[in-house]
Design a protein around this ligand. Structure first.
Ligand code: URA
Length: 443
């Protein structure tokens, strides 16, 4: 009874724009597993609409991190690094970066999430590899770090479990787009995972939860400040998500694209972003003196095949079938590949990442209700991106589908994601700002 009174008061207070006390926030996090979804969802929506102060966000983050164990990685040798994206369309950077950074000598202790809203999640993508999973106990996670220098785990009953509950609800209740909720969700996982170097890739643009650069910068500076208050140095990159990253949007196809990238055959934007983020990690971890040296080391481990070998070890260590590296077709495949053709000639002026993400979700690549299974075979392959020249009737993209009834609407939505005009256009720069630990200012 008392608990229902407290949550009801918190919903009403937040609805009315009042701040919660630290005790209330800690109480909510401690009880998150037993509170009804409808009350939690109402509270989340009130936070989306009314926001939180920095004090509230810090308390929420700390309480969520402490809802499980905080990993102590002091008995794992090497510079422990972790990177997290605030969510994008086609963002498979972790699948490239974790083996890259480990091959370059870092220890990658990564706690990842599932799909959220219209964006995909690393855990779901990894599950497209037969046998692979991210449910690692703390001991197994640490042993894997010692053995191969990389591990990608999901939040479990042991690690940031409160984020697990809130994340699954936010996914299906329109309550993702909130600076305090994203900051607490991301940072609680990073604190729980125990890395020394934390790099956050804050996405901005149509396909991001922060649609404009000003909001993305605000999210970045909030996460740096909350991190600082909780004793963690956080570096943030603000990066472009106006159009999807790479060509593949989905699950199995994104893993295949990550594999191709580690073979040196990936799309330029995905390769460049992974290399830049990897270099920041190398500098943060003391293994490169500057960004240029870091980037050169990253490109070297792609060129000599050691990063690809590291991916093989990672897949094997997490019970997956590493032969997907030679045979990506062993991952779930769609029944149909439906072309979407240009209705006019010109140049791609814009490719709206949100529309692409929603088209993918509509054909089964995202969840509409909590905990629903997703179709790991379906998605979108983009053949034309911003700046590309297009002829009338040329294939812009393929929809990868299993359910034929979804094709007409999804094809129309995908076609509408493209703006084609007469003027040649250039894609926006990939990295818009770096907020580094030392200066906490955009460079
Ligand atoms: N990634 C997370 O882990 N949480 C969010 O809220 C958004 C992206």
């Amino acid at each position: 009874m008392a608990s229902n009174m407290t949550i009801l008061k918190m919903i009403k207070d937040k609805r009315d724009g009042l701040a919660h006390s630290a005790e209330e926030i800690r109480w909510l996090v401690q009880n998150v597993g037993s509170l009804p979804d409808y009350q939690l969802a109402s509270w989340l929506m009130a936070v989306v609409c009314r926001g939180m102060t920095l004090d509230e966000t810090t308390t929420l983050t700390e309480a969520m991190a402490k809802s499980g164990e905080i990993m102590d990685l002091s008995d794992v040798p090497g510079a422990k690094v972790d990177k997290h994206s605030t969510g994008g369309v086609g963002d498979k950077v972790t699948l490239v970066l974790a083996p890259l950074a480990a091959a370059a000598g870092l220890t990658v202790a990564k706690l990842s999430g599932r799909g959220l809203g219209h964006t995909g999640g690393t855990i779901d993508k990894i599950e497209a590899i037969p046998g692979a999973h991210c449910e690692l106990s703390i001991e197994r996670f640490k042993q894997q770090l010692r053995d191969i220098g990389a591990a990608v785990a999901s939040q479990t009953g042991e690690l940031a479990p409160a984020d697990g509950v809130l994340y699954a609800l936010r996914d299906v209740t329109g309550t993702v787009e909130s600076i305090p909720l994203i900051a607490a969700s991301v940072l609680s996982k990073k604190i729980a995972a125990g890395a020394d170097v934390i790099l956050l890739d804050v996405k901005t643009g149509a396909g991001a939860f922060m649609r404009d650069d000003a909001s993305a910068r605000e999210l970045a500076t909030t996460m740096m400040e909350v991190g600082k208050r909780l004793g963690k140095h956080v570096t943030c990159v603000v990066s472009e998500m106006g159009q999807p990253l790479g060509s593949a949007v989905g699950h199995a196809n994104e893993v295949a694209e990550a594999i191709a990238t580690l073979k040196g055959e990936g799309p330029k934007d995905l390769t460049d972003l992974s290399v830049s983020l990897g270099a920041l990690l190398l500098v943060g971890g003391g293994l490169a003196k500057d960004q240029a040296e870091g980037e050169a080391k990253m490109r070297a481990v792609i060129a000599d095949g050691t990063a690809l070998e590291k991916l093989r070890c990672l897949i094997q260590a997490q019970d997956g079938d590493p032969s997907v590296i030679e045979h990506p077709e062993k991952m779930p495949q769609p029944k149909l590949r439906v072309p979407v053709e240009a209705t006019t000639a010109g140049y791609v002026q814009n490719l709206d990442a949100l529309s692409v993400g929603l088209a993918g979700k509509e054909i089964g690549a995202g969840r509409l209700v909590k905990g629903a299974p997703i179709d790991l075979a379906v998605g979108v392959m983009l053949h034309k991106k911003v700046g590309d020249k297009v002829e009338k009737g040329e294939t812009l993209a393929h929809l990868l589908v299993n359910d034929e009834s979804k094709v007409p609407h999804a094809s129309e939505a995908l076609l509408k994601a493209y703006t084609i005009g007469p003027e040649p256009t250039q894609a926006a720069p990939l990295i818009k700002a770096v907020y580094a630990v030392e200066t906490a200012a955009a460079k």
